[in-house]
Ligand binder design. Structure first.
Ligand code: HEM
Length: 376
């Protein structure tokens, strides 16, 4: 697999001055230890009205004003903490164990419906997390097909078509909240008297969808590609299913799909980082792929090793207060997706030479546009 340049160019220093796409100066952090430091230090803010992207946004961003109510990924404490507290219990590994049989059922349904040859992105990796998000948001069964089709368009590559579908989905989620979902996380927030407004609930739902769909989908399909490209590792996993937990961590490290400018923070005051003075107001972006290939933490980092002892140190889900809220869910979805696919299609292989798989190196979420596979 050809990784984007953002993975392979390691600056000499752990923190480097970079010019953003619109010329404003910022910093790029590539050392694992420094990345963790930035992501845990409250002097670096995630507030939407302060942040400036260093990479050109693929989709249109809103104006530089405070995040809408409920859009907590672009807030700092104490507002950010308040929302996380409301959502925390639902996303614990313990609570999500209840959802695993349903995720397994969805994976099996999709595999049973898949024709040979198949496009694994279209037929498996995109619909699986989309159907899971339906369960989480309490989308009624009758609307599943609509929801799945729209999420597939949002995750597509063409920014204008994707933005139009996002507008439709935003309206749909607002309506769903008005109607009152019957189950899932939003229903629970309503029932347990969280006091969250409809606007907050709708934005929370939308945030979960945008953060959780495309990311999980591309981890599933690129993970499969990486495993097919490393048959020795795949055989190891088949021989020892207990390896799945570490395998998922290593794939998160190796694939680091959030490669363009997330996480992105702003210094609220002057801060010294690795001997460099970051001034108040300057942007600091953490490169997850390069930090995840830091040889100080991951020896021989270019090697995919499903039993890598330090794989859990990966920063694929970020770190600190904004650590991915859905990390337990995404880990479970990935494990189920790989397990079911390779168990039910043990002869799975690429239907085209590996160098003909079309990747999307310039999309915010790195992934494959399609993944032709066969098993006959
Ligand atoms: C935040 C990665 C799946 C919900 C994040 C962050 C990363 C990340 C790196 C931190 C961004 C930052 O610090 O600015 C991923 C990856 C996923 C995944 C690689 C798939 C393998 C999910 C899923 C959900 C989810 C399934 C929920 C359905 C969120 C939310 C945030 C977040 C709500 C914001 C957290 C906050 O700001 O407090 N994700 N994510 N993610 N993720 Fe995920």
């Amino acid at each position: 697999m050809d990784f984007p340049q953002t993975f392979t160019s390691r600056p000499e220093l752990p923190i480097t001055r970079v010019a953003s796409y619109d010329g404003h100066p910022g910093w790029l952090v590539t050392r694992h230890a420094t990345a963790r430091q930035v992501l845990t230090d409250p002097r670096f803010s995630a507030r939407q009205e302060l942040r400036r992207p260093i990479f050109k946004p693929v989709r249109l961003n809103g104006p530089r004003e405070p995040a809408a109510p409920g859009w907590f990924s672009a807030m700092d404490a104490p507002e950010h903490t308040r929302y996380r507290r409301h959502l925390h219990t639902w996303f614990t590994a313990r609570n999500l164990r209840k959802l695993e049989p349903r995720v397994t059922e969805i994976a099996r349904e999709l595999l049973d419906a898949m024709d040979d040859p198949a496009d694994l992105v279209r037929d498996y990796a995109l619909p699986l997390p989309s159907r899971v998000i339906c369960e989480i948001l309490g989308v009624p069964y009758a609307d599943h097909e609509y929801f799945e089709a729209e999420t597939a368009i949002v995750a597509a590559y063409e920014p204008e078509t994707a933005s139009a579908a996002m507008i439709r989905l935003t309206a749909y989620i607002r309506e769903l909240v008005e109607r009152g979902p019957k189950d899932g996380v939003l229903a629970e927030l309503i029932e347990n008297g969280s006091g969250l407004t409809h606007e907050e609930l709708a934005n929370i739902g939308l945030g979960l969808l945008t953060a959780g769909h495309e990311t999980t989908a591309h981890m599933i399909s690129l993970g499969v590609l990486a495993l097919l490209e490393h048959p020795d590792q795949l055989a190891r996993l088949a021989a020892d299913p207990e390896l799945m937990g570490t395998a998922v961590e290593e794939l998160l490290r190796y694939l680091s799909i959030l490669h363009l400018g997330a996480p992105n923070r702003v210094a609220l005051e002057d801060v010294e980082l690795d001997g460099v003075l970051v001034r108040a107001g300057e942007t600091v972006t953490v490169s997850l792929p390069v930090a995840n290939r830091d040889p100080e933490v991951f020896p021989d980092p270019e090697r995919l090793d499903l039993a890598r002892p330090e794989a859990r140190e990966n920063l694929g889900f970020g770190h600190g207060a904004h650590l991915c809220l859905g990390h337990n869910l995404a880990r479970m979805e990935m494990a189920v997706a790989y397990r079911e696919l390779f168990a039910r299609r043990p002869a799975l292989r690429l239907a085209v030479p590996s160098d003909q798989v079309v990747l999307r190196p310039d999309a915010v979420v790195f992934g494959a546009i399609s993944l032709p596979v066969t098993w006959g």
